[in-house]
Write a protein that binds this ligand. Structure first.
Ligand code: SAH
Length: 485
């Protein structure tokens, strides 16, 4: 090894660059990223160099650059730590080399290794992490190859890991007193969830992972990660749980439960599993999706088998993409167990198929709970072309739904079948039409979870209507209408 790579602290370093043209500019671009004080001497300076020397001349610039417009003088090298001869004028550059050597200052004569005390390596920069590559001038192309390789391998924000490590160093040191323990924690921080969160720019995720790793070390827990199963608990009747969901409920260490899930289903879960209720509850603020994600991740990182219990099928209006992606971010093993969705359960229980050969080739599942509008206005076109739909989360918005459909030209006599508490003991079936929908929902006091089928009809399918079907009492409607008037 003829050349010995070292990293210089540039905080107190003064560097002399002689030259005002392209070669000097190239060196200055690199040096401006250091914290050094840089003195540049030349009889004239390219515009680019003048720009670079302005305090805001270069976004990344940390260095202070001072331009001195006059011929080089041998005394310029005094008090400098490094000198660059970069004037593109051989005579001048050789004078610079000579002056530096005489004063014992390390000098680099750009691209002229025989006159250099040091050479600048090729750099892969991920501040504060830098990789220096050198071939002792033998084969710069190989250095370029290595640089390209590393550039591809290391994420652009890899340096953020270095910055974050610096930020938490004292914290880790104060909480974990044993040296070996600290090493273990650092290994996990730099490999696992903390790393992934930092690289994804998720600072709250990073803090969560940091805390989880520290706690795992303090509690002497196996750091093996837990797992997450997102399971569909079906429409409420425990008989409609899948065997797989049942098995997951039995294995769970922690259950994270939507408040809407029927408690009967949870009788099938392991008794001593920790139960965490999330989601909406009347009169109380609902848990935000962000909090739910954090809960799941925190429990799984603590080593638990987490079972996230959702009503119906988790893939249908179950908002699982956010939970899946949180698990994936933390490298947590995650499984999705399908369940019977409300539309399927309701259709089975009232013996009204969702599709019928020759009649209905498709069924659309809609949610009324969107941020902007209750229901897309083109659903009226669905009806015109004989395509029925099922509306989830719609009863409370019945008036808006009816109004939207009327405005978009739907036939308001179209039948609407409402199934409340499908599959459960309290199940009710109500038949109405689009026009009377709001009134029916009110007068029939539909308060449980309910699904609405629009455009599906027993008659059309040549089937006998379910004998339990309730139709709005005419008197009731009239009295309600009168009151409204
Ligand atoms: N993932 C669930 C849907 C969640 S959205 C599923 O696949 O079923 C919640 C909505 O589902 C409720 O507002 C209601 O419209 C419907 N729903 C859930 N359980 C139901 C039930 N037992 N009977 C009727 N509708 C139900």
């Amino acid at each position: 090894m003829k050349y010995f790579p070292i990293y210089l602290d540039t905080g107190d370093l003064r560097i002399l660059v002689v030259g005002g043209g392209e070669t000097a500019l190239q060196k200055l671009r690199l040096l401006s990223k250091t914290e050094a004080t840089i003195v540049v001497v030349a009889e004239s300076f390219d515009e680019e160099i003048q720009k670079l020397a302005q305090p805001s001349g270069n976004g990344n610039s940390l260095a202070a650059i001072e331009l001195i417009t006059r011929p080089f003088d041998a005394s310029d090298v005094i008090g400098k730590g490094l000198v660059y001869a970069a004037s593109d004028n051989e005579g001048l550059d050789l004078r610079v080399v000579k002056a530096a050597k005489a004063a014992g200052v390390l000098v680099n004569y750009v691209d002229t290794p025989e006159h250099c005390d040091f050479i600048t390596p090729s750099l892969v920069e991920r501040d504060p992490i830098t990789v220096a590559i050198g071939t002792e001038g033998t084969a710069p192309l190989l250095a370029r190859e290595i640089k390209a390789l590393l550039d591809r391998q290391l994420p652009a924000n890899f340096g953020e890991l270095g910055k974050q490590a610096k930020r938490i160093r004292n914290l880790v040191k104060s909480r974990i007193t044993s040296g070996k323990g600290r090493l273990r924690v650092w290994e996990r921080l730099m490999q696992g969830a903390f790393r992934r969160a930092v690289l994804a720019g998720d600072s709250s995720g990073a803090d969560l992972a940091l805390e989880a790793e520290i706690m795992a070390e303090l509690e002497g827990k196996e750091t093996e990660k837990g797992s997450v199963a997102l399971i569909g608990a079906g429409p409420g009747n425990p008989e409609l749980l899948t065997l797989k969901a049942h098995q997951k409920l039995q294995e769970a260490d922690v259950l994270v439960i939507d408040r809407l899930v029927n408690p009967q289903v949870l009788d099938y879960a392991r008794r001593d599993a920790k139960r965490i209720y999330v989601g909406k509850q009347a009169g109380k603020p609902s848990t935000s999706q962000e909090e739910i994600n954090q809960t799941i991740v925190r429990e799984a990182l603590g080593g638990a088998r987490v079972v996230r219990v959702k009503g119906g099928d988790p893939n249908i209006f179950g908002r699982i993409q956010e939970e899946l992606s949180a698990c994936q971010l933390f490298g947590i093993e995650v499984e999705v167990v399908p369940g019977i969705s409300a539309a399927q359960a309701a259709s089975a229980s009232i013996k009204l198929p969702l599709t019928a050969r020759g009649e209905h080739r498709s069924i659309t599942l809609l949610t009324a709970a969107t941020r902007d509008k209750v229901i897309p206005s083109d659903v009226a076109d669905f009806l015109k072309s004989g395509r029925p739909f099922a509306i989830y989360m719609g009863v409370k918005l019945a008036a808006d739904i009816s109004e939207t459909l009327e405005k978009s030209g739907a036939d308001m006599s179209t039948e609407v079948i409402i199934v409340e508490n499908a599959s459960q003991k309290e199940e009710r079936i109500i038949s109405t039409n689009l026009r009377d929908l709001p009134l029916s929902v009110k007068s029939m006091k539909i308060n449980g979870p309910a699904i609405m089928f629009v455009g599906l009809s027993y008659e059309e399918m040549g089937l006998t209507a379910d004998p339990r079907i309730e139709t709005m009492e005419l008197n009731n409607v009239i009295s309600l209408t009168r009151r409204a008037i």
